[in-house]
Design a protein around this ligand. Structure first.
Ligand code: HEM
Length: 512
């Protein structure tokens, strides 16, 4: 010990007590000056919000990434502080009623994306810079037009048929079923078929969870914690290495899965444009017609296939699960929907994408499910280019987030926001229309985001949801198992809601 002290002294590194005292004093002075600057001088100092959040990003990080309580808690923050709230020194939450018009702005005034947020790299459509995004978006938008969807219906129907078969087995054996899991199997199989040229086989494998579905549904909390640790000063940069050492087996398994998916993508790309009409067909066509570098590179196609798989499965399944929760909580609405669907068709084969689009109550139930339980409860953050928002100047570089959950649950935007009321989405001519819902600010509800970077898969998602729900009601009666009333209220949200099983019991409808 003495030898160590002597060595440190020799090198001038030994810290005497007074020196430590000076360092601590300097640190405290630094923190006080920072606090005064952030609270009273910083360009965001006029934006209301809890003082502690303006001073340090730690409260935000702890609630958002560790506890998973921030996203839904924003409802209370907006209620107390208004539509623009400072939630960290350099971050604001903006209610959708004000934020969506900002998200519609285009380059160079656009509220830009943060590609690091997504974990796909800068080549993927989700975070790509404006010039690349425009090119990729033009190509991918062709894949989800009504005409393209008509070509894809055969795949959707194939998997919905399988889904009904599985549900029928459970009904015959009078076994409850975790409908959340099976909705995930359905939507992942569909998006797998449309992206990889082959189903992921989730519905076939019955109770074995496909690794991709497992990764998406079971790792939301872990990912958020890793984000928190990685952001810590000093130790943050060691976290990825440490995580790899501690969880080598799991990480290797995930990497192997990713390689397998990429191989499947390669195989689909190799099939070309003639054999299938799926989401990849349009990328390949754009490349075939590419005269001025307007197609997609091979790497872009691979990474965007990964995006489609992840963006398209969980979101749609979450909406369907939320729908199952709310419709089983409201027997009167269950009955209205059942009557509409069962009186519209004579045979299961008549239940098509087009046919279901003519059912106003079904469409209203989906819209209301997206409002009351938005799967993207926390729209990925944007960066302000420097703009006036709700009477406050939000300087360039500030991170802007819309918490859809808060926007959709705000009394300023919706009448009775906590009530599942599909009738708020019905046209005035419908017999169930209620004029009191005319006061709703429907434009504030944008579950698929808004502007040039909103969801490209929107019409595909609506089609899947209509088909799945219509067939569910066509073949079965169902209700939820007891003791699940807090299924939604008990969920933590780490960008995605952390969902447990939602158990329902099905009975076959006689004569169907
Ligand atoms: C209910 C279902 C869905 C919801 C609520 C949803 C929601 C969203 C949201 C909020 C965004 C914007 C993300 C951001 O701002 O960064 C987005 C983007 C995107 N979604 Fe969806 N999505 C759904 C289904 C799908 C499906 C089925 C697909 C395709 C298979 C898909 C493909 C995409 C893609 C490619 C983007 C990126 C678009 C771009 O950056 O230009 N989504 N989605």
């Amino acid at each position: 010990m003495e030898a160590m002290k002597a060595l440190l002294e020799q090198r001038g590194l030994a810290l005497s007590l007074p020196r430590i005292g000076t360092i601590i004093t300097l640190f405290v002075i630094y923190r006080i000056i920072t606090a005064i600057y952030r609270l009273y001088i910083h360009p965001l100092s006029k934006v209301p919000g809890p003082k502690l959040y303006s001073f340090s990003s730690l409260p935000f990080d702890v609630h958002y990434k560790i506890k998973g309580t921030f996203v839904r808690g924003t409802t209370g923050l907006h209620k107390k502080y208004g539509p623009v709230v400072r939630i960290a020194p350099d971050r604001v939450a903006v209610d959708g009623s004000l934020a969506w018009p900002l998200f519609m702005r285009r380059y160079p005034e656009e509220f830009s994306k943060i590609w690091e947020f997504y974990g796909f790299g800068p080549l993927a459509i989700l975070g790509s810079p404006p010039e690349n995004h425009r090119r990729q978006r033009r190509i991918m938008a062709h894949a989800t037009t009504p005409a393209a969807l008509a070509d894809q219906e055969i795949y959707l129907q194939k998997h919905v048929n399988k889904f009904v078969d599985v549900l029928a087995e459970h009904a015959d054996e009078d076994r409850p079923i975790d409908i959340m899991l099976w909705f995930n199997y359905l939507t992942f199989d569909i998006v797998g078929e449309l992206t990889l040229g082959t189903s992921l086989g989730c519905l076939d494998s019955r109770d074995t969870v496909h690794p991709l579905v497992g990764v998406v549904t079971a790792t939301t909390r872990d990912n958020a914690r890793r984000m928190f640790l990685t952001g810590l000063p000093l130790i943050g940069s060691f976290i990825p290495m440490l995580t790899y050492v501690l969880r080598k087996k799991e990480i290797d398994k995930m990497l192997a899965m990713q390689r397998h998916m990429d191989e499947q993508s390669e195989a689909r790309i190799a099939l070309g444009t003639d054999t299938r009409r799926d989401l990849i067909t349009y990328m390949l066509r754009a490349n075939a017609e590419d005269k001025e570098g307007k197609g997609m590179s091979h790497e872009e196609m691979l990474v965007n296939s990964r995006v489609l798989l992840l963006a398209g499965g969980e979101t749609t399944a979450t909406t369907l699960s939320g729908f199952a929760f709310h419709i089983t909580e409201n027997p009167d609405k269950y009955r209205l929907l059942a009557d509409e669907i069962r009186s519209a068709f004579s045979f299961a084969d008549e239940i098509t994408i087009r046919g279901t689009s003519q059912l106003p109550y079904l469409c209203a139930c989906i819209e209301e499910s997206l409002r009351i339980y938005p799967p993207a409860a926390d729209t990925p953050p944007r960066v302000s280019p420097g703009a006036e928002v709700g009477g406050y100047y939000i300087p360039k570089g500030t991170i802007v987030s819309v918490y859809q959950w808060a926007t959709h649950h705000s009394e300023d935007n919706f009448v009775d926001p906590e009530t599942f009321a599909p009738q708020r989405w019905l046209p005035e001519t419908h017999t169930l229309y209620e004029p009191r819902f005319a006061a709703d600010n429907k434009a504030a509800c944008k579950p698929f985001s808004a502007g040039p970077r909103d969801c490209t898969g929107k019409i595909l998602a609506y089609a899947e949801m209509r088909l799945a729900i219509a067939r569910l009601f066509w073949h079965f009666e169902f209700d939820r198992e007891a003791g699940q009333d807090d299924w939604i209220s008990s969920q933590c949200v780490f960008t995605l809601a952390e969902k447990g099983p939602f158990m329902i019991r099905l009975r076959r409808r006689p004569g169907v």
